[in-house]
Design a protein around this ligand. Structure first.
Ligand SMILES: [Fe+2]
Ligand SMILES: [Fe+2]
Length: 148
């Protein structure tokens, strides 16, 4: 097995795994009902990135001898319910909500980077934070474009 992680590092891995399960569902839910094809494509692209995050974090947990958080078994259903509710308020509400979740992810990855010492974990968190920031930037532009 790889060098052990501190309990804090393992805890953050498990938390990010849950967060990324939710993020993947958020982008998937009701996407095929979107009328704007470009937006649907963009959200599909983002969703694929979140699936990659989710699955890699899951592999990291196993690699370092941990188990996913119990709540991860319910995260998918929970996120689908929340995403469906948000969708009732329209596309802009959806984008704003997705942006808020991404901002939380960026904040959490930044906090985790202040604590994590393991190099492999750090480079993963840094890479993922960059992806989430990119998602925020694109959606912010989409929201601004819709305003004009
Ligand atoms: Fe992610
Ligand atoms: Fe993201």
């Amino acid at each position: 097995m790889a060098n052990p992680l501190t309990s804090e590092e393992m805890k953050s891995l498990r938390q990010f795994h849950v967060l990324e399960i939710g993020a993947a569902e958020l982008y998937r839910t009701n996407r095929r009902w979107l009328k704007d094809e470009e937006l649907a494509r963009t959200l599909k692209e983002f969703g694929d990135v979140e699936i990659e995050h989710r699955d890699t974090l899951r592999q990291f947990i196993a690699k370092y001898g941990g188990k996913p958080a119990w709540i991860s078994h319910f995260a998918r259903t929970g996120a689908t319910v929340v995403a469906s509710l948000v969708n009732l308020f329209g596309v802009r509400a959806r984008l704003r909500f997705e942006c808020a979740v991404e901002r939380k992810a960026v904040r959490d990855y930044t906090m985790a980077l202040e604590m994590a010492k393991n190099e492999e974990l750090r480079s993963l968190f840094e890479k993922y934070r960059g992806h989430e920031q990119h998602h925020i930037d694109v959606m912010t532009k989409l929201l601004e474009r819709g305003r004009s």
